[in-house]
Design a protein around this ligand. Structure first.
Ligand code: NDP
Length: 433
């Protein structure tokens, strides 16, 4: 009976299959340390390779590891508090729907109060800057540890709960019943189980927004505090970077419910790719501009700052209104805010928007996100490539993500998707791509 709900085996392997997964498992942490170590040097030149490497023993500090655990534990406690509403996720393959507590915004409010009280009591937030490498190393260990536990847990999970994108092989335990050529490295990387939970605690949903995104905002603030300690006051460039990225974090937490329909929640399992991304990559790489500015102060004229402000505002407006338009339409196609838009019917019964933002390009939300990425780097000046890493990486990530999404949409909507592509020929950048 339950067999018809079994998740089909993942046949089309992404990220270059097991070999690609294995390379990425080493490359992603190596990139974090390469960038952070380069950022600490006086030249901050990406061409000085390798950057000076500290002894491995100096990266490990039980104190910073415990602090990191305390941070994640604090966020987990806030997640479990009965504040905020409870909502349902999308219908799963076995026709069930999981419940999710929407309280990330509340968690941010409580965190801000606690950090504010700590600062008033003399908390040295610049500790984060002073121990940045050790904290990044701790986050790396935590991500590896959690990924191993998740993979181990997935071996005992019912087959109906596996991830469509991370089910390439039989687990060791299941091979006892039906042998098959398995691919544990690929599944470890992509995530074997879709929504791993301990009771009602959803591990993926928790990690996606809270410890990493709030951690990113906290790291940025720590860089601002450090800069103030070093030079007496925060620079305009640092203020802009902090303000822009805080807006992005607040927006994501305010719109927490929207995450329930994203590829990360719906398709990808919870494995190394997401644990590392959430716990290490986001807080330590997305804060690179602020980290850079502590060591490499930049003078920003007011007209330049105003231009960057406008650019970020433009990117944010496109990003927010495109995402809101689609979310509103998907929630209720009869909502008066979207009833005037043109649509294409599909065989699934769902319709595709073909006017408004989604008639401009096929991923207007990515376009807005990329414009913001540029605005976050420009305050760091034009002398160094390093602070622009986020723009390069994010462009590659979103182009690849767009291709993955198109592939899924073509499978889901067939001819209707082809018609959409004809009517809206550009993917992300109008008249370019
Ligand atoms: P999207 O929000 O772009 O959703 C894609 C889905 O939207 C498709 O699978 C399809 O799903 C639906 N869709 C596509 N075209 C149409 C249309 N014309 N009409 C109606 N529905 C359509 O997915 P993401 O999860 O990739 O992105 C969400 C946001 O998160 C974006 O703003 C992105 O920039 C951001 N992001 C940020 C990252 C970061 O690290 N900062 C990383 C990744 C994403 P269906 O039809 O099933 O509803």
């Amino acid at each position: 009976m339950m067999d018809r709900y079994k998740i089909p085996r993942t046949k089309e392997l992404e990220f270059g299959g097991p070999l690609g997964a294995m390379i990425l498992i080493f490359l992603m942490p190596a990139t974090v340390f390469y960038l952070l170590l380069t950022c600490r040097t006086e030249q901050a030149s990406v061409l000085n390779f390798p950057p000076p490497l500290p002894p491995l023993s100096t990266l490990w500090s039980p104190h910073t590891f415990l602090l990191l655990l305390a941070w994640v534990g604090f966020q987990a406690a806030l997640y479990m508090l009965p504040m905020g509403k409870v909502t349902e996720g999308i219908v799963l393959r076995d026709k069930s729907r999981l419940q999710y507590r929407i309280n990330a915004f509340h968690a941010m409010g409580v965190t801000a109060l606690v950090v504010g009280a700590g600062l008033a009591a003399g908390l040295r937030l610049s500790y984060i800057y002073d121990h940045f490498l050790q904290l990044a190393f701790s986050a790396l260990l935590l991500a590896f540890g959690l990924s191993f536990l998740l993979y181990f847990k997935s071996l005992f999970a019912p087959e109906t709960t596996l991830a469509p994108g991370g089910n390439s092989g039989e687990s060791f335990l299941r091979t006892q019943v039906s042998p098959s050529s398995g691919n544990p490295i690929y599944d470890f990387f992509m995530g074997h189980e879709l929504n791993p939970r301990i009771g009602s605690f959803d591990l993926k949903y928790f990690c996606e927004l809270r410890p990493g995104l709030l951690g990113w905002a906290l790291v940025n603030m720590a860089m601002l505090v450090k800069e103030t300690e070093l030079r007496g006051s925060p620079s305009l460039a640092m203020l802009l970077v902090n303000a822009f990225q805080l807006l992005y974090v607040v927006d994501a937490l305010w719109n927490e419910e929207a995450i329930l329909t994203t590829m990360d929640i719906v398709h990808d399992g919870f494995g190394f790719m997401l644990t590392f991304g959430d716990l290490a990559w986001v807080p330590f790489i997305y804060s690179l501009q602020a980290y850079f500015l502590v060591n490499h102060p930049q003078k920003l004229s007011l007209p330049m700052a105003a231009g960057i402000l406008l650019l970020n505002g433009l990117g944010y407006c496109i990003f927010r209104s495109a995402n809101s338009q689609k979310n509103t339409f998907r929630r209720n196609p009869n909502d008066p805010r979207v009833t005037g838009l043109k649509t294409i019917p599909t065989a699934t019964g769902r319709r595709l928007l073909v006017s408004g933002w989604w008639g401009f390009v096929r991923h207007p939300n990515y376009l807005g996100d990329l414009i913001m990425a540029l605005a976050w780097s420009l305050p760091c000046g034009l002398t160094h490539v390093l602070p622009y890493f986020y723009v390069f990486y994010f462009t590659v990530l979103l182009i690849h993500r767009e291709a993955r999404d198109e592939h899924q949409c073509l499978r889901k909507y067939g001819l209707a998707w082809q018609e959409y592509c004809q009517r809206v020929p550009y993917r992300i950048f109008p008249y370019l791509y």
